[in-house]
Write a protein that binds this ligand. Structure first.
Ligand code: GLU
Length: 400
């Protein structure tokens, strides 16, 4: 008899974390690996946020917080949604968790029954499909094209809908492609959903503040479908607060109550000190906050640098990302080529070849549902990016 449950045996490991751990193992052996694998800003958390956390400790916010979050935090989140996104929520529609990841996991547990179908445009963030499967539901992948900036069309969604469809999940700005949906494109998706009143949509907006082309647009802004939109956000990416573990879910009260009920059984309220720090982060207006603007400008400079470097590698198909801090180049021109007798057959082979030969850690595109590509995170210094690109160019040139 197996020790582990079928649920765990059948679940894929998080490849973003696995590749980062592999890079860490090589580093521990003294190998100079440049990690472009994990999506983690290399900045420090803004001082004003750190001060709020220190004050929370001094003020003895060290007891169990309410399961869905402190009231002042939920109010600050509602104000943020109104200020930045034009979304109206009341505090009882907000559930604060231990990371956007937990928020999305809980949502799947709360909304999905075995047999339900969930439309996930590919490429998608690695954990979506596992959350759907853990709820006993079925992911239905809809393949997007690099020529369309990896964006799903309303027609593709319409064609994927069946009587079993319960949910659609996507991120914008996108992890892993860095693309974002315009207001018109979101309206097109909303038009499809307006015709199917039992289908919900999960909009993962964790990369909202890393947007190089203008105003962030939320699908929750459309009043005809807003009650069926679940908006996910957090502080990890936009405020360089990955370690604080704060996720935000905003939804109709019935969905929020379901998430609160589940969270009450599994983790209770998330860290009291991190919550108080997040109040300060929510008060930072992205239109004027120097911390947010500086980080975005640095990411923009790095994006342009990486774009140039990737375009200099023959055979790669590269799109210019508009947000987040990822590139998702198509490397399939190298499939069939070899180095030292090892033939490249897929994105896993390429990712391991780059790790072992160039000492550059990336993530295989197959983890995101697109085996033609690899993902690179440019949330690291310019010097390291320049060196990583040099090594990658050299490694790709050795494949024949
Ligand atoms: N979301 C980040 C990434 O895609 C962090 C890693 C993770 O949580 O999987 O790299």
């Amino acid at each position: 008899m197996e020790i582990l449950s079928n649920r765990i045996l059948n679940m894929a490991e998080s490849e973003t974390l696995a590749m980062t751990a592999k890079a860490g193992e090589l580093k521990a052996q003294g190998i100079d690996v440049i990690s472009l694998s994990i999506g983690e800003p290399d900045f420090n958390t803004p001082d004003t946020v750190k001060e709020a956390a220190k004050k929370a400790i001094d003020d003895n916010f060290t007891h169990y917080p309410p399961v869905p979050g402190y009231v002042d935090l939920k109010k600050a989140i509602c104000e943020k949604f109104k200020r930045d996104n034009g979304l109206e929520f009341t505090p009882d529609q907000i559930v604060v968790s231990t990371g956007a990841k937990q928020s999305i996991y809980q949502l799947c547990q709360v909304l999905l029954n075995p047999g339900d179908e969930v439309i996930i445009p590919t490429p998608f963030w690695v954990s979506y499909k596992e959350f759907v499967r853990l709820a006993g539901a079925t992911p239905v992948f809809v393949k997007t094209k690099i020529e369309n900036d990896f964006k799903v069309t309303p027609q593709q969604i319409e064609e994927a809908i069946t009587p079993k469809t319960k949910l659609i999940m996507f991120s914008s700005p996108s992890n892993p492609t860095g693309m974002l949906y315009t207001k018109e494109e979101l309206r097109g998706i909303a038009d499809v959903l307006a015709k199917h009143e039992n289908i919900f949509v999960m909009a993962d907006e964790i990369y909202e503040h890393i947007n190089f082309v203008g105003k962030h647009e939320s699908i929750g802004q459309f009043s005809d479908i807003k009650d069926r939109v679940i908006t996910i956000n957090g502080v990890a990416k936009g405020f360089a607060m990955t370690g604080w573990r704060i996720g935000i879910l905003a939804a109709s009260k019935v969905v929020a109550d379901g998430c609160k009920k589940l969270q009450g059984q599994v983790t209770s309220g998330t860290c009291s000190i991190a919550q108080k720090a997040t109040v300060r982060a929510m008060q930072m207006d992205p239109a004027t906050s120097e911390d947010i603007i500086n980080m975005r400008n640095i990411f923009l400079k790095r994006r342009d640098l990486v774009y140039k470097g990737l375009c200099e590698i023959p055979g790669l198909k590269v799109r210019m990302p508009q947000g987040a801090f990822y590139f998702f180049p198509d490397v399939s021109a190298y499939y069939g080529k070899s180095f030292n007798g090892k033939k490249m057959e897929n994105s896993t082979d390429i990712a391991f070849y780059l790790l072992n030969e160039a000492h550059v850690a990336t993530v295989m595109g197959s983890a995101f549902g697109d085996d033609d590509c690899i993902r690179l995170s440019y949330a690291t210094s310019e010097d390291l990016l320049i060196e990583a690109l040099r090594r990658m160019k050299e490694a790709f040139a050795k494949l024949a």
